[in-house]
Write a protein that binds this ligand. Structure first.
Ligand code: HEC
Ligand code: HEC
Ligand code: HEC
Length: 426
Protein backbone atom coordinates (compact mmCIF):
# COMPACT_ATOMS: atom_id res chain seq x y z
CA UNK A 1 0.00 0.00 0.00
CA UNK A 2 1.56 3.30 -1.00
CA UNK A 3 1.73 6.17 1.50
CA UNK A 4 0.74 9.62 0.28
CA UNK A 5 4.01 11.54 0.12
CA UNK A 6 7.37 10.40 -1.10
CA UNK A 7 10.00 11.49 1.42
CA UNK A 8 12.34 14.18 0.11
CA UNK A 9 15.79 12.90 -0.62
CA UNK A 10 18.19 13.44 2.18
CA UNK A 11 21.62 14.53 1.13
CA UNK A 12 23.79 13.70 4.06
CA UNK A 13 27.02 12.64 2.36
CA UNK A 14 28.13 12.33 5.90
CA UNK A 15 30.58 9.72 6.51
CA UNK A 16 31.82 13.14 7.60
CA UNK A 17 30.16 12.73 10.96
CA UNK A 18 32.22 9.66 11.68
CA UNK A 19 35.27 11.71 10.95
CA UNK A 20 34.65 13.87 13.93
CA UNK A 21 35.01 10.85 16.16
CA UNK A 22 38.39 10.21 14.66
CA UNK A 23 39.33 13.77 15.33
CA UNK A 24 38.47 13.19 18.95
CA UNK A 25 40.77 10.19 19.09
CA UNK A 26 43.69 12.01 17.58
CA UNK A 27 43.21 15.36 19.20
CA UNK A 28 45.93 15.10 21.79
CA UNK A 29 48.73 15.06 19.31
CA UNK A 30 47.42 17.30 16.61
CA UNK A 31 45.24 19.97 18.07
CA UNK A 32 45.48 23.30 16.27
CA UNK A 33 47.83 22.16 13.58
CA UNK A 34 46.06 22.84 10.28
CA UNK A 35 47.47 21.22 7.19
CA UNK A 36 48.95 23.90 4.96
CA UNK A 37 48.72 23.73 1.21
CA UNK A 38 52.01 24.45 -0.48
CA UNK A 39 51.03 23.57 -4.02
CA UNK A 40 51.62 26.27 -6.58
CA UNK A 41 50.55 25.76 -10.19
CA UNK A 42 48.52 22.84 -11.41
CA UNK A 43 49.83 21.91 -14.83
CA UNK A 44 46.43 20.83 -16.09
CA UNK A 45 44.21 22.46 -18.65
CA UNK A 46 41.22 23.92 -16.85
CA UNK A 47 38.02 22.08 -17.61
CA UNK A 48 35.59 23.69 -19.97
CA UNK A 49 38.43 25.92 -21.14
CA UNK A 50 36.75 26.67 -24.43
CA UNK A 51 34.23 28.80 -22.57
CA UNK A 52 35.28 32.34 -23.03
CA UNK A 53 34.57 34.42 -20.03
CA UNK A 54 35.83 33.68 -16.55
CA UNK A 55 32.32 33.85 -15.09
CA UNK A 56 30.86 31.47 -17.65
CA UNK A 57 33.66 29.05 -16.94
CA UNK A 58 33.06 29.42 -13.21
CA UNK A 59 29.42 28.52 -13.70
CA UNK A 60 30.57 25.45 -15.60
CA UNK A 61 32.95 24.45 -12.79
CA UNK A 62 30.15 24.92 -10.23
CA UNK A 63 28.01 22.55 -12.32
CA UNK A 64 30.75 19.94 -12.46
CA UNK A 65 31.29 20.30 -8.70
CA UNK A 66 27.58 20.24 -7.73
CA UNK A 67 27.93 23.31 -5.48
CA UNK A 68 24.32 24.45 -5.88
CA UNK A 69 22.46 21.24 -4.95
CA UNK A 70 24.20 21.17 -1.55
CA UNK A 71 24.06 24.91 -0.97
CA UNK A 72 20.35 25.39 -1.75
CA UNK A 73 17.50 24.46 0.58
CA UNK A 74 14.25 23.17 -0.92
CA UNK A 75 12.44 26.15 -2.44
CA UNK A 76 15.26 28.49 -1.37
CA UNK A 77 17.44 30.89 -3.36
CA UNK A 78 20.29 29.12 -5.18
CA UNK A 79 23.61 29.07 -3.24
CA UNK A 80 22.02 30.73 -0.17
CA UNK A 81 22.58 27.56 1.89
CA UNK A 82 20.45 26.24 4.72
CA UNK A 83 20.01 22.72 3.36
CA UNK A 84 19.82 20.57 6.46
CA UNK A 85 21.75 17.35 6.61
CA UNK A 86 21.10 14.68 9.20
CA UNK A 87 24.02 12.97 10.84
CA UNK A 88 24.05 10.42 13.65
CA UNK A 89 25.35 13.21 15.90
CA UNK A 90 22.84 15.93 15.15
CA UNK A 91 21.71 18.04 12.22
CA UNK A 92 23.97 20.39 10.29
CA UNK A 93 23.32 22.87 7.48
CA UNK A 94 25.20 24.16 4.46
CA UNK A 95 26.43 27.76 4.43
CA UNK A 96 25.20 30.75 2.42
CA UNK A 97 27.81 31.20 -0.31
CA UNK A 98 26.19 34.10 -2.14
CA UNK A 99 28.19 37.36 -1.86
CA UNK A 100 26.02 38.85 0.87
CA UNK A 101 28.51 40.58 3.21
CA UNK A 102 26.65 39.68 6.40
CA UNK A 103 25.25 36.20 5.99
CA UNK A 104 27.23 35.03 2.95
CA UNK A 105 30.81 35.24 1.74
CA UNK A 106 30.64 38.79 0.37
CA UNK A 107 33.77 40.03 2.11
CA UNK A 108 35.92 37.03 1.23
CA UNK A 109 39.13 37.33 -0.77
CA UNK A 110 39.97 34.86 -3.51
CA UNK A 111 42.50 33.21 -1.20
CA UNK A 112 40.06 32.86 1.68
CA UNK A 113 37.62 31.28 -0.76
CA UNK A 114 40.30 28.92 -2.09
CA UNK A 115 41.24 27.88 1.43
CA UNK A 116 37.63 27.05 2.28
CA UNK A 117 36.96 25.12 -0.93
CA UNK A 118 40.25 23.26 -1.30
CA UNK A 119 41.38 22.98 2.30
CA UNK A 120 38.21 23.17 4.36
CA UNK A 121 39.54 25.96 6.56
CA UNK A 122 37.82 29.31 7.19
CA UNK A 123 38.68 32.22 9.49
CA UNK A 124 35.33 31.72 11.13
CA UNK A 125 34.04 29.20 12.13
CA UNK A 126 37.35 27.41 11.50
CA UNK A 127 37.70 23.83 10.25
CA UNK A 128 34.82 22.79 8.01
CA UNK A 129 33.26 19.38 8.34
CA UNK A 130 34.10 17.06 5.46
CA UNK A 131 30.39 17.08 4.60
CA UNK A 132 31.68 19.93 2.48
CA UNK A 133 33.65 17.84 0.00
CA UNK A 134 36.95 19.74 0.15
CA UNK A 135 38.61 16.34 0.46
CA UNK A 136 38.13 16.06 -3.33
CA UNK A 137 38.11 19.75 -4.23
CA UNK A 138 41.71 19.83 -2.92
CA UNK A 139 42.61 18.61 -6.41
CA UNK A 140 41.01 21.60 -8.17
CA UNK A 141 43.39 23.71 -10.26
CA UNK A 142 44.12 27.36 -9.51
CA UNK A 143 42.50 28.32 -12.81
CA UNK A 144 39.27 26.57 -11.89
CA UNK A 145 39.23 28.11 -8.42
CA UNK A 146 39.72 31.57 -9.97
CA UNK A 147 36.82 31.00 -12.34
CA UNK A 148 34.61 29.63 -9.59
CA UNK A 149 35.37 32.65 -7.40
CA UNK A 150 34.53 35.05 -10.24
CA UNK A 151 31.22 33.29 -10.80
CA UNK A 152 30.17 33.02 -7.14
CA UNK A 153 30.98 36.70 -6.59
CA UNK A 154 28.85 37.61 -9.62
CA UNK A 155 25.73 36.01 -8.10
CA UNK A 156 23.01 38.21 -6.59
CA UNK A 157 23.67 38.53 -2.85
CA UNK A 158 20.98 36.87 -0.74
CA UNK A 159 20.54 37.75 2.94
CA UNK A 160 19.81 34.46 4.65
CA UNK A 161 21.41 33.40 7.90
CA UNK A 162 22.47 29.80 8.37
CA UNK A 163 20.02 28.05 10.70
CA UNK A 164 21.45 27.85 14.18
CA UNK A 165 21.86 24.11 14.47
CA UNK A 166 24.16 22.38 16.85
CA UNK A 167 25.71 19.00 16.51
CA UNK A 168 25.72 17.15 19.81
CA UNK A 169 28.70 17.64 22.09
CA UNK A 170 31.54 16.77 21.52
CA UNK A 171 30.95 16.60 17.77
CA UNK A 172 30.32 20.34 17.67
CA UNK A 173 33.94 21.04 18.63
CA UNK A 174 35.51 22.02 15.32
CA UNK A 175 39.06 21.94 16.58
CA UNK A 176 38.68 18.18 16.92
CA UNK A 177 38.73 18.01 13.14
CA UNK A 178 42.42 18.97 13.11
CA UNK A 179 43.45 15.50 14.18
CA UNK A 180 41.45 13.84 11.48
CA UNK A 181 42.84 16.24 8.91
CA UNK A 182 46.40 15.39 9.89
CA UNK A 183 45.71 11.70 9.57
CA UNK A 184 43.60 11.55 6.46
CA UNK A 185 43.39 14.77 4.49
CA UNK A 186 45.53 14.48 1.37
CA UNK A 187 46.08 18.08 0.43
CA UNK A 188 48.33 17.46 -2.56
CA UNK A 189 47.49 19.01 -5.90
CA UNK A 190 46.47 16.96 -8.92
CA UNK A 191 49.43 15.69 -10.93
CA UNK A 192 48.84 14.20 -14.36
CA UNK A 193 50.36 10.76 -14.94
CA UNK A 194 52.74 10.97 -17.93
CA UNK A 195 52.09 7.28 -18.67
CA UNK A 196 48.42 8.04 -19.42
CA UNK A 197 46.87 9.87 -22.36
CA UNK A 198 45.82 13.52 -22.06
CA UNK A 199 42.22 12.39 -22.27
CA UNK A 200 42.55 9.95 -19.35
CA UNK A 201 44.39 12.59 -17.31
CA UNK A 202 41.62 15.10 -17.92
CA UNK A 203 39.08 12.47 -16.83
CA UNK A 204 41.13 11.71 -13.71
CA UNK A 205 41.25 15.40 -12.84
CA UNK A 206 37.50 15.82 -13.24
CA UNK A 207 36.49 12.65 -11.42
CA UNK A 208 38.94 12.92 -8.52
CA UNK A 209 38.66 16.70 -8.18
CA UNK A 210 35.63 18.87 -8.95
CA UNK A 211 33.14 16.07 -9.69
CA UNK A 212 34.09 14.28 -6.43
CA UNK A 213 32.69 10.94 -7.63
CA UNK A 214 34.79 9.02 -5.10
CA UNK A 215 33.05 10.68 -2.15
CA UNK A 216 30.03 8.45 -2.74
CA UNK A 217 31.51 5.54 -4.70
CA UNK A 218 34.51 4.70 -2.46
CA UNK A 219 34.06 2.78 0.80
CA UNK A 220 35.48 4.38 3.95
CA UNK A 221 37.58 2.96 6.77
CA UNK A 222 36.40 2.81 10.38
CA UNK A 223 37.49 6.41 10.84
CA UNK A 224 35.49 7.63 7.88
CA UNK A 225 38.33 8.19 5.41
CA UNK A 226 38.06 6.92 1.84
CA UNK A 227 39.98 3.66 1.36
CA UNK A 228 42.65 4.07 -1.31
CA UNK A 229 42.86 0.31 -1.94
CA UNK A 230 39.13 0.27 -2.75
CA UNK A 231 38.90 3.45 -4.82
CA UNK A 232 35.60 3.56 -6.76
CA UNK A 233 34.74 -0.03 -5.72
CA UNK A 234 31.25 0.89 -4.46
CA UNK A 235 29.89 2.15 -1.12
CA UNK A 236 26.70 2.88 0.77
CA UNK A 237 25.48 6.46 0.74
CA UNK A 238 22.28 7.63 2.43
CA UNK A 239 21.04 4.05 2.43
CA UNK A 240 21.53 3.61 -1.34
CA UNK A 241 24.37 1.64 -2.88
CA UNK A 242 26.66 3.70 -5.10
CA UNK A 243 27.88 0.85 -7.29
CA UNK A 244 31.36 -0.28 -8.18
CA UNK A 245 32.63 1.98 -11.01
CA UNK A 246 35.76 -0.07 -11.73
CA UNK A 247 35.60 -2.28 -14.84
CA UNK A 248 35.20 -5.55 -12.91
CA UNK A 249 33.12 -7.86 -15.09
CA UNK A 250 30.91 -9.21 -12.34
CA UNK A 251 30.41 -6.43 -9.79
CA UNK A 252 31.51 -3.31 -11.70
CA UNK A 253 31.08 -1.59 -15.06
CA UNK A 254 32.90 -4.36 -16.96
CA UNK A 255 30.12 -4.75 -19.49
CA UNK A 256 29.59 -1.00 -20.09
CA UNK A 257 31.31 0.50 -23.11
CA UNK A 258 32.87 3.96 -22.88
CA UNK A 259 30.02 5.17 -25.08
CA UNK A 260 27.50 3.85 -22.57
CA UNK A 261 29.21 5.54 -19.61
CA UNK A 262 29.25 8.74 -21.63
CA UNK A 263 25.55 8.36 -22.47
CA UNK A 264 24.63 7.70 -18.84
CA UNK A 265 26.49 10.76 -17.53
CA UNK A 266 25.06 12.97 -20.26
CA UNK A 267 21.53 12.02 -19.18
CA UNK A 268 20.63 9.79 -22.14
CA UNK A 269 18.98 6.44 -21.60
CA UNK A 270 21.20 3.38 -21.65
CA UNK A 271 20.66 -0.37 -21.79
CA UNK A 272 21.78 -0.53 -18.13
CA UNK A 273 19.11 1.70 -16.60
CA UNK A 274 19.20 5.35 -15.59
CA UNK A 275 20.14 7.33 -12.47
CA UNK A 276 17.88 7.62 -9.41
CA UNK A 277 18.20 8.66 -5.78
CA UNK A 278 21.40 10.61 -5.02
CA UNK A 279 22.77 9.91 -8.49
CA UNK A 280 19.78 11.54 -10.17
CA UNK A 281 20.85 14.98 -8.96
CA UNK A 282 24.46 14.34 -9.91
CA UNK A 283 23.39 13.75 -13.52
CA UNK A 284 20.49 16.22 -13.77
CA UNK A 285 22.23 19.16 -12.11
CA UNK A 286 25.84 18.27 -12.81
CA UNK A 287 27.20 15.96 -15.47
CA UNK A 288 24.42 16.43 -18.04
CA UNK A 289 25.60 20.07 -18.38
CA UNK A 290 29.21 19.16 -19.15
CA UNK A 291 30.81 19.07 -22.58
CA UNK A 292 31.10 15.86 -24.56
CA UNK A 293 34.90 16.15 -24.38
CA UNK A 294 34.87 16.27 -20.58
CA UNK A 295 32.33 13.45 -20.23
CA UNK A 296 34.17 11.19 -22.65
CA UNK A 297 37.36 11.87 -20.71
CA UNK A 298 35.60 10.78 -17.51
CA UNK A 299 34.39 7.60 -19.20
CA UNK A 300 37.88 6.87 -20.52
CA UNK A 301 39.35 7.29 -17.05
CA UNK A 302 36.80 4.97 -15.40
CA UNK A 303 37.34 2.40 -18.12
CA UNK A 304 41.06 2.05 -17.46
CA UNK A 305 40.87 1.76 -13.65
CA UNK A 306 42.17 -1.51 -12.21
CA UNK A 307 39.12 -3.78 -11.81
CA UNK A 308 38.20 -4.54 -8.18
CA UNK A 309 35.71 -7.27 -7.27
CA UNK A 310 33.31 -6.10 -4.59
CA UNK A 311 30.20 -8.16 -3.88
CA UNK A 312 27.36 -6.78 -1.78
CA UNK A 313 25.78 -8.81 0.99
CA UNK A 314 25.96 -12.47 1.82
CA UNK A 315 23.90 -14.93 -0.18
CA UNK A 316 21.10 -16.66 1.73
CA UNK A 317 21.20 -20.45 1.70
CA UNK A 318 19.39 -22.11 -1.16
CA UNK A 319 16.14 -22.98 0.64
CA UNK A 320 15.78 -19.56 2.28
CA UNK A 321 16.54 -17.82 -1.00
CA UNK A 322 14.01 -19.85 -2.97
CA UNK A 323 11.27 -19.22 -0.41
CA UNK A 324 12.03 -15.49 -0.24
CA UNK A 325 12.07 -15.07 -4.03
CA UNK A 326 8.75 -16.93 -4.25
CA UNK A 327 7.09 -14.68 -1.66
CA UNK A 328 8.69 -11.70 -3.40
CA UNK A 329 7.07 -12.65 -6.70
CA UNK A 330 3.62 -12.44 -5.10
CA UNK A 331 4.34 -9.18 -3.25
CA UNK A 332 5.82 -7.64 -6.40
CA UNK A 333 2.69 -8.46 -8.41
CA UNK A 334 0.49 -6.86 -5.78
CA UNK A 335 2.53 -3.71 -5.23
CA UNK A 336 4.86 -2.96 -8.09
CA UNK A 337 3.68 -4.56 -11.31
CA UNK A 338 1.04 -1.90 -12.04
CA UNK A 339 3.79 0.57 -12.84
CA UNK A 340 6.92 -1.48 -13.48
CA UNK A 341 5.03 -4.30 -15.30
CA UNK A 342 5.06 -7.99 -14.43
CA UNK A 343 8.39 -8.72 -16.04
CA UNK A 344 9.93 -5.43 -14.88
CA UNK A 345 10.19 -3.93 -18.33
CA UNK A 346 8.59 -0.66 -17.16
CA UNK A 347 6.39 1.73 -19.12
CA UNK A 348 8.14 4.34 -21.27
CA UNK A 349 7.82 7.91 -19.97
CA UNK A 350 6.02 6.62 -16.91
CA UNK A 351 7.96 4.12 -14.80
CA UNK A 352 11.51 2.89 -15.46
CA UNK A 353 12.41 -0.72 -16.18
CA UNK A 354 13.72 -2.68 -13.20
CA UNK A 355 14.87 -5.57 -15.40
CA UNK A 356 18.48 -5.42 -16.57
CA UNK A 357 18.94 -2.32 -14.46
CA UNK A 358 22.58 -2.45 -13.44
CA UNK A 359 22.35 -0.46 -10.21
CA UNK A 360 19.25 -2.37 -9.11
CA UNK A 361 21.06 -5.65 -9.76
CA UNK A 362 24.12 -4.37 -7.91
CA UNK A 363 22.65 -4.26 -4.42
CA UNK A 364 19.45 -4.92 -2.49
CA UNK A 365 19.83 -1.41 -0.99
CA UNK A 366 18.83 0.06 -4.33
CA UNK A 367 15.45 -1.65 -4.15
CA UNK A 368 14.95 -1.27 -0.39
CA UNK A 369 15.50 2.50 -0.21
CA UNK A 370 13.18 3.50 -3.09
CA UNK A 371 10.44 1.29 -1.60
CA UNK A 372 10.90 2.70 1.92
CA UNK A 373 11.17 6.38 1.00
CA UNK A 374 9.68 6.68 -2.45
CA UNK A 375 11.44 8.81 -5.07
CA UNK A 376 10.37 12.41 -5.50
CA UNK A 377 9.04 13.46 -8.86
CA UNK A 378 11.64 14.89 -11.14
CA UNK A 379 11.25 16.90 -14.31
CA UNK A 380 9.09 14.96 -16.71
CA UNK A 381 8.68 11.93 -14.43
CA UNK A 382 5.99 10.94 -11.98
CA UNK A 383 6.89 10.26 -8.36
CA UNK A 384 7.35 6.79 -6.99
CA UNK A 385 5.34 6.47 -3.78
CA UNK A 386 6.76 5.09 -0.53
CA UNK A 387 5.25 1.77 0.54
CA UNK A 388 3.91 0.81 3.95
CA UNK A 389 5.08 -2.79 3.71
CA UNK A 390 6.67 -4.85 6.47
CA UNK A 391 10.39 -5.57 6.55
CA UNK A 392 10.09 -9.13 5.34
CA UNK A 393 7.96 -8.24 2.32
CA UNK A 394 10.42 -5.56 1.24
CA UNK A 395 13.36 -7.95 1.60
CA UNK A 396 11.45 -10.56 -0.42
CA UNK A 397 10.64 -8.05 -3.17
CA UNK A 398 14.30 -6.99 -3.32
CA UNK A 399 15.41 -10.61 -3.67
CA UNK A 400 12.81 -11.26 -6.35
CA UNK A 401 13.66 -8.16 -8.40
CA UNK A 402 17.38 -8.85 -8.29
CA UNK A 403 17.00 -12.56 -8.92
CA UNK A 404 14.31 -12.81 -11.53
CA UNK A 405 14.86 -9.57 -13.44
CA UNK A 406 18.57 -9.03 -13.23
CA UNK A 407 21.61 -11.18 -13.72
CA UNK A 408 22.36 -11.24 -10.02
CA UNK A 409 21.70 -14.83 -9.09
CA UNK A 410 22.05 -14.36 -5.36
CA UNK A 411 19.41 -13.32 -2.88
CA UNK A 412 20.98 -11.36 -0.05
CA UNK A 413 18.25 -9.16 1.45
CA UNK A 414 16.98 -9.93 4.95
CA UNK A 415 14.26 -8.34 7.10
CA UNK A 416 17.07 -7.20 9.45
CA UNK A 417 18.68 -5.26 6.59
CA UNK A 418 15.38 -3.53 5.84
CA UNK A 419 14.85 -2.76 9.54
CA UNK A 420 18.31 -1.21 9.74
CA UNK A 421 17.61 0.97 6.67
CA UNK A 422 14.26 2.00 8.13
CA UNK A 423 15.89 2.96 11.41
CA UNK A 424 18.08 5.54 9.65
CA UNK A 425 15.01 7.40 8.34
CA UNK A 426 13.49 10.27 10.24
C1 HEC B 1 27.90 17.55 -0.38
C2 HEC B 1 27.48 18.88 -0.02
C3 HEC B 1 28.35 20.07 -0.44
C4 HEC B 1 28.89 20.34 -1.67
C5 HEC B 1 28.84 19.47 -2.93
C6 HEC B 1 29.51 21.62 -1.56
N1 HEC B 1 29.39 22.11 -0.29
FE1 HEC B 1 30.20 23.85 0.43
N2 HEC B 1 29.54 23.38 2.30
C7 HEC B 1 28.74 22.30 2.62
C8 HEC B 1 28.47 22.32 4.04
C9 HEC B 1 27.63 21.30 4.81
C10 HEC B 1 29.12 23.46 4.56
C11 HEC B 1 29.19 23.88 6.03
C12 HEC B 1 30.25 23.03 6.67
C13 HEC B 1 30.52 23.37 8.10
O1 HEC B 1 29.73 24.11 8.70
O2 HEC B 1 31.55 22.87 8.61
C14 HEC B 1 29.80 24.09 3.43
C15 HEC B 1 30.58 25.23 3.54
C16 HEC B 1 31.13 25.92 2.46
C17 HEC B 1 31.88 27.16 2.57
C18 HEC B 1 32.21 27.90 3.86
C19 HEC B 1 31.23 29.01 4.04
C20 HEC B 1 31.27 29.64 5.39
O3 HEC B 1 30.63 30.70 5.55
O4 HEC B 1 31.91 29.09 6.30
C21 HEC B 1 32.18 27.55 1.29
C22 HEC B 1 32.94 28.78 0.86
C23 HEC B 1 31.65 26.54 0.40
N3 HEC B 1 31.02 25.55 1.14
C24 HEC B 1 31.72 26.59 -0.97
C25 HEC B 1 31.38 25.53 -1.81
C26 HEC B 1 31.62 25.52 -3.23
C27 HEC B 1 32.23 26.65 -4.03
C28 HEC B 1 31.20 24.30 -3.69
C29 HEC B 1 31.35 23.72 -5.09
C30 HEC B 1 32.73 23.73 -5.57
C31 HEC B 1 30.68 23.56 -2.55
N4 HEC B 1 30.78 24.34 -1.43
C32 HEC B 1 30.14 22.28 -2.61
C33 HEC B 1 28.30 21.31 1.76
C34 HEC B 1 28.67 21.19 0.43
C1 HEC C 1 25.92 11.96 -3.89
C2 HEC C 1 26.50 10.67 -4.10
C3 HEC C 1 27.04 10.36 -5.50
C4 HEC C 1 27.94 11.08 -6.23
C5 HEC C 1 28.63 12.40 -5.88
C6 HEC C 1 28.15 10.32 -7.45
N1 HEC C 1 27.39 9.19 -7.44
FE1 HEC C 1 27.22 7.85 -8.97
N2 HEC C 1 25.76 6.85 -7.96
C7 HEC C 1 25.36 7.14 -6.68
C8 HEC C 1 24.32 6.19 -6.29
C9 HEC C 1 23.62 6.14 -4.94
C10 HEC C 1 24.12 5.34 -7.39
C11 HEC C 1 23.11 4.18 -7.45
C12 HEC C 1 21.75 4.69 -7.92
C13 HEC C 1 21.72 4.89 -9.39
O1 HEC C 1 22.13 3.99 -10.14
O2 HEC C 1 21.28 5.96 -9.82
C14 HEC C 1 25.04 5.78 -8.44
C15 HEC C 1 25.14 5.22 -9.70
C16 HEC C 1 26.12 5.53 -10.64
C17 HEC C 1 26.30 4.85 -11.89
C18 HEC C 1 25.49 3.64 -12.39
C19 HEC C 1 26.22 2.41 -11.94
C20 HEC C 1 25.49 1.14 -12.16
O3 HEC C 1 26.04 0.09 -11.76
O4 HEC C 1 24.39 1.16 -12.69
C21 HEC C 1 27.37 5.44 -12.54
C22 HEC C 1 27.96 5.06 -13.90
C23 HEC C 1 27.83 6.50 -11.68
N3 HEC C 1 27.05 6.54 -10.53
C24 HEC C 1 28.90 7.33 -11.97
C25 HEC C 1 29.25 8.44 -11.19
C26 HEC C 1 30.23 9.42 -11.59
C27 HEC C 1 31.09 9.35 -12.84
C28 HEC C 1 30.23 10.37 -10.62
C29 HEC C 1 31.01 11.68 -10.59
C30 HEC C 1 30.64 12.58 -11.66
C31 HEC C 1 29.27 9.98 -9.61
N4 HEC C 1 28.69 8.80 -9.98
C32 HEC C 1 29.00 10.72 -8.45
C33 HEC C 1 25.82 8.17 -5.87
C34 HEC C 1 26.69 9.17 -6.28
C1 HEC D 1 2.77 4.42 -9.04
C2 HEC D 1 3.76 3.78 -9.88
C3 HEC D 1 4.85 3.00 -9.18
C4 HEC D 1 4.71 1.91 -8.33
C5 HEC D 1 3.43 1.25 -7.87
C6 HEC D 1 6.06 1.49 -8.02
N1 HEC D 1 6.96 2.30 -8.63
FE1 HEC D 1 8.97 2.11 -8.55
N2 HEC D 1 9.18 3.78 -9.66
C7 HEC D 1 8.17 4.52 -10.19
C8 HEC D 1 8.71 5.70 -10.83
C9 HEC D 1 7.92 6.77 -11.56
C10 HEC D 1 10.11 5.65 -10.67
C11 HEC D 1 11.12 6.70 -11.11
C12 HEC D 1 11.10 7.77 -10.03
C13 HEC D 1 12.13 8.83 -10.10
O1 HEC D 1 13.33 8.48 -10.12
O2 HEC D 1 11.79 10.00 -10.10
C14 HEC D 1 10.37 4.42 -9.93
C15 HEC D 1 11.64 4.00 -9.60
C16 HEC D 1 11.92 2.80 -8.95
C17 HEC D 1 13.25 2.30 -8.68
C18 HEC D 1 14.55 3.02 -9.07
C19 HEC D 1 14.89 2.73 -10.53
C20 HEC D 1 15.02 3.94 -11.41
O3 HEC D 1 15.67 3.83 -12.45
O4 HEC D 1 14.47 5.01 -11.09
C21 HEC D 1 13.12 1.12 -8.05
C22 HEC D 1 14.24 0.21 -7.58
C23 HEC D 1 11.70 0.86 -7.92
N3 HEC D 1 11.01 1.90 -8.48
C24 HEC D 1 11.16 -0.25 -7.32
C25 HEC D 1 9.81 -0.41 -7.09
C26 HEC D 1 9.25 -1.51 -6.32
C27 HEC D 1 10.08 -2.65 -5.76
C28 HEC D 1 7.91 -1.31 -6.25
C29 HEC D 1 6.89 -2.12 -5.50
C30 HEC D 1 7.09 -2.19 -4.07
C31 HEC D 1 7.62 -0.09 -7.01
N4 HEC D 1 8.79 0.42 -7.48
C32 HEC D 1 6.35 0.41 -7.20
C33 HEC D 1 6.82 4.22 -10.13
C34 HEC D 1 6.27 3.22 -9.35
Amino acid sequence: MPSSQPAPLRRTLIAGAVLVLAGGAAVGAYMFSPVERTAAETPMPALGQHLESQIARGEYVARAADCAPCHTKPGGAPFAGGLEMQTPFGTMASANITPDPQTGIGGWTRDAFARAVREGVTAHPGNLYPTMTFTSYAKMSDADIDALYAYIMSLPPVRQAKPDLQLDFPFNQRFLLSGWRKLFFDNSEFTPDPALSDEVNLGAYLIEGPAHCAECHTPRNALGAMRKDMAFAGAQIDGFWAPNLTPDAETGLGDWSEDEIFAYLSGQTTAHGGPFGPMYDVVAEGTSHLTETDLRAMAAYLHQLPPIRHATGEALDHAAATASVERGRVAYRANCAACHRLDGEGVPDFAPALANHHAVGAAADNVIMPVLTGLSDKEGRIAMPAFLLDDRSIADIANYVRNAMNETQSATATPEQVAAARATLH
